[in-house]
Each structure stands twice: as C-alpha cells, then as structure tokens.
Design a protein around this ligand. Structure first.
Ligand SMILES: [Fe+2]
Length: 397
C-alpha cells in the first residue's frame, strides 16, 4: 500500500511538473545577481533563472548605460545554462573576464528574446590608494520579513556610500539548503539590496551549515573556489585579502594546507588580511567550532587583521585574542555571528566577550572600510545607529 502511495504521489508530481513546462511560456529573467570569487577587479559572474532548458541566453554589457538597447552594447557573452536539480528551472551563468578595475558595468540579460531591466555594478579597484568598503553579515535564513528589512537597510547604506562594493555573506542564507523554493525567495529578496537606480550589490558567498552539502549552493553562486577547492577561496581587492573558508568540510587536510599557503602569499602581497567563515572559533552562543583548533594558530602565526564569523544569531566582538588570552598587541579580534534575517538568540557570558568585547542580541550589518593607512570596522543597526567602530592599523607580520 505504501509503495502504491509513493508511486501515485510521484506520478502526480511528474504530471503537474510536465503540465508546468508546457502550459507556460518562458518566464521572465529572474534572480539576477552578481557573484564575486577570487579576482573581482577583472572577473564577475552574472547569473539568473528562467525555465526551459534548450534556449539561447546572453548577457549584453558595456561601461556606459545603454538602457536595454541591445544593438548598442559593446560586449555580449553567451550564458551557460544548466537545469537546477529536481526543479523545472534553469540557471544561467555569464562569466565576465578581462574587466577593467574600478569601473561601472551596465548589463542586460536576455533569454529567448526576453530581456531584463538594465542593472549595473562596479568592479573592484587595484589601485592601492583607493578607499573602498565591503559589507559583512550572515544568517538570513528564517525570518523573511526581517531579511527584507535588513536588505533594505543595506540598500540605504549602499545608496548613501558609493564606496561600498559588495556583500560578503557569511552563510546560512536559507533554512534548508536543499530547498530551491527557499533559494528562490532569498534571491528575490536580494533585489532589495540594490540602489534605486539599479546598482547591484555583488555577493561574496560563504557556505553555512544550513546549506549542508547542497549542490544548490554551487548552482546559485557558481561554485566558489572551483572544482577541486570546495568553497574556500581568497578574494583580492587592492591591498585587502579576504580568506573565505568552508566550515562544513574538514578543517584540516587540504583546506588547512590551502590556508597556510594562502596566508604566506597574502603576507607578501596584501597589507590587510581578514578571514571569513560560518561556524565560529570564538562563539557568542554555541561551543567553539573546529576552526579554533585548526585555523586559529595559523591566524595568530600570520597575524591576520580580524575574523568574521556567523552562525550564533547574536552581535559579538571579542577582545584581541592570542594563545587563548587577551593580548592587545598580538591578539586577533573576532566579530559577527549573523543577524541578517533570523530571530536573535540570548547571548552567553564568555571571558573573551567582556571588557572591549561584547555580546548582544541585535540584528546588524557590518562594514569594513579599507583605506591606505587604516581599516575602519563599523556595525550598523536597523535603526541606522552606529553601534560599534574600531580602527585597525597595519600589523607587523
Ligand atoms: Fe549556522
């Protein structure tokens, strides 16, 4: 009986799915987004969704606005299409290469003749004297109304400060990483981060535990880190290196070797080094993740500037920590814990969150301003109050 029921439900699903394919004409271009991996001064992924697999899909782009007049765009890129697993939707991916640094690019996506509105984004600078800002935050998985409010807050910040370049999202985008329905809602909500005139906030993606080992994370964000490095990678923006890591796989082995090698490189070519990953080494709520054992000794050896953590649903900042103690000279400050659209948790009392540290139950967006002489870290709350500000000077490495 149970087997018959399963077959019946499967047939029902297949039949309605098939009806879905045939009854609709192609959808509009949906979920347009800009994704950054290693080299955002010269490369970017523009991605979107439609239905239907066998289709022609292009990205038209230029360094001046063309308002969707396709004949006028100087560049055209064939987008790669791929069916999204277990769904009737198709993912489109245009990889833009050889872009000019610090340049605004205007683009329109076209799939089977249906075109999107024109959006734009700015590539990262390579000029070491340029001042820019990156937003940081995580955990947007389970309170959609709050997520939209936080996205609108980011849009206001972005609108007011053109130095903002991208959002480094620390993971746990959605509650169930295997649910395309939830990914679609997240991608729809991401439009709220854009400015009124259509400047998009590129995403630097991090895998969280709610993304599990889901292949949809790689479908949505173009497999950051490439085929062999499983979602860990370095993003270089002028003198800043952001080392994004994956706390859902082994923290030792290949990832740890990569971290060591990359820290060595970053020490030579970057004035500023920050780490970014989901599960905290110095948590405000839960127990420490494996980052504490495997990565913290390397952070300390190579004297990174700070680390961004998510997952706890609080707002925290640690005292500067070195070898398990507060150390104002060699210590590293760990910030974050995720508040972009989740119910916040009750903060715990921990030695490293007292004094100059704190642990609060507050939604928040963090911003890191990088200038030639210093980095300035700020935390903004939904009421636009600046809750925290910290200036970091160049470290001896
Ligand atoms: Fe998490």
């Amino acid at each position: 009986m149970k087997n018959i029921l399963i077959i019946f439900v499967t047939l029902l699903f297949s039949a309605s799915a098939f009806a879905g394919v045939n009854s609709k004409k192609i959808q509009m271009v949906q979920h347009l987004r800009v994704v950054w991996h290693e080299d955002p001064a010269h490369e970017a992924y523009i991605m979107w969704t439609t239905d239907k697999y066998k289709i022609k899909s292009y990205l038209y782009y230029d360094t001046v606005p063309r308002n969707g007049d396709l004949k006028k765009y100087r560049f055209k890129n064939n987008a790669k299409t791929k069916p999204i697993l277990y769904t009737l939707d198709v993912r489109h991916k245009a990889k833009l290469k050889k872009l000019k640094p610090d340049t605004m690019y205007y683009f329109t996506a076209v799939t089977n003749g249906k075109k999107s509105k024109e959006y734009h984004f700015k590539t990262a600078p390579v000029d070491k004297n340029k001042t820019f800002k990156i937003l940081f935050g995580g955990d947007s998985r389970s309170d959609r109304a709050q997520r939209i409010e936080m996205n609108k807050l980011m849009s206001k910040m972005f609108q007011e400060d053109p130095n903002i370049l991208a959002l480094c999202h620390g993971g746990d985008y959605i509650a169930n990483g295997l649910s395309w329905k939830q990914w679609k809602a997240w991608l729809e909500d991401h439009y709220h981060t854009a400015t009124k005139d259509g400047r998009m906030l590129p995403i630097i993606p991090t895998r969280g535990n709610h993304e599990l080992a889901s292949p949809l994370f790689n479908d949505v964000f173009a497999r950051p880190g490439g085929i062999f490095k499983r979602n860990y990678f370095r993003t270089r923006i002028a003198e800043l290196s952001i080392l994004t890591m994956n706390t859902n796989i082994s923290h030792s082995g290949a990832q740890k070797r990569w971290l060591k090698k990359t820290l060595k490189k970053a020490k030579k070519d970057s004035k500023w080094i920050v780490a970014n990953y989901h599960r905290p080494a110095w948590p405000g709520v839960k127990k420490p993740g494996r980052a504490k054992k495997h990565w913290v000794p390397l952070f300390e050896k190579y004297q990174i500037d700070m680390a961004f953590e998510s997952d706890g649903h609080v707002l925290k900042r640690t005292v500067p920590i070195y070898k398990n103690k507060e150390d104002p000279v060699k210590g590293i400050v760990y910030v974050g814990e995720g508040g972009l659209g989740v119910k916040m948790r009750g903060p715990k009392d921990r030695w490293y969150l007292r004094g100059s540290g704190y642990n609060e139950s507050k939604h928040h967006v963090m911003a890191l301003e990088v200038s030639p002489k210093q980095m300035t870290y700020t935390v903004e709350l939904p009421d636009r109050k600046i809750f925290d500000k910290m200036v970091l000077k160049r470290r001896r490495r």
